[in-house]
Design a protein around this ligand. Sequence first.
Ligand SMILES: C[S@@+](CC[C@H](N)C(=O)[O-])C[C@H]1O[C@@H](n2cnc3c(N)ncnc32)[C@H](O)[C@@H]1O
Length: 237
Amino acid sequence: MLLTSNPEKTIAFNRKIHDGNLVIVYVKHGNMKAVTVSEGSVFQNSLGAFKHSDWIGKPFGSKVFNNKGDFVYLLAPTPELWTLVLNHRTQILYIPDISFVIMYLEIVAGCLVLESGTGSGSLTTSLARAIAPNGHVYTFDFHEQRAASARDDFERIGLSSLISCGVRDIQGEGFPDELNELADSVFLDLPQPWLAIPSAAKMLKQDGTFCSFSPCIEQVQRSCDALQSCFTGWNGI
Ligand SMILES: C[S@@+](CC[C@H](N)C(=O)[O-])C[C@H]1O[C@@H](n2cnc3c(N)ncnc32)[C@H](O)[C@@H]1O
């Protein structure tokens, strides 16, 4: 499935490339670039010049050539590829952790998911694909510019209808009250997640799932203490 939320464009196998689409230009292992196709533009790299007009109408996955016979591949922007080409504005989650998180949180189509912080939106794009076509991801970051850049990215890759990206200090203010008891899952990637856990507990449905991602054992210990006091019958792994 593609990253897009447009149902007409979700058949990855024979979807054709249109003017305005985002493609991942695969040059070789470790060398990929996200490019928005624009009729009059040229993609320039060490191999030479590739005209975007030659790409339009070709299926995703096509091998395309320049006038010297060199080639690149035009790949569909899946979350897996997007994570490898996005602009790193923060540390990000990568596919092994993302897969684990989505699986253990039991996130499926139709879920309502809360996330903070948004960071570079690496996890958010995979969350959006998992909840599509009728779920929603509410993601929050207290850094205004970061949230704005993430919103631009979500728009560019066609996911903005599935994601709301807000500016909010989740450790200080918690998640917005209007989301109380509506969340199927809450995910935290914050420096002091224990401060946001009381709010996360309020947001979750009775059988909701929760995950906090922390690199340091001290953060994990403090989070476990907060979980024990906020969730009755907490059953953590
Ligand atoms: C490590 S990044 C998250 C990366 C993200 N999981 C990804 O995969 O791209 C942590 C983010 O939390 C945000 N943050 C830190 N404190 C916050 C707070 N109190 N409220 C909301 N966001 C916060 C930071 O601005 C940063 O963007």
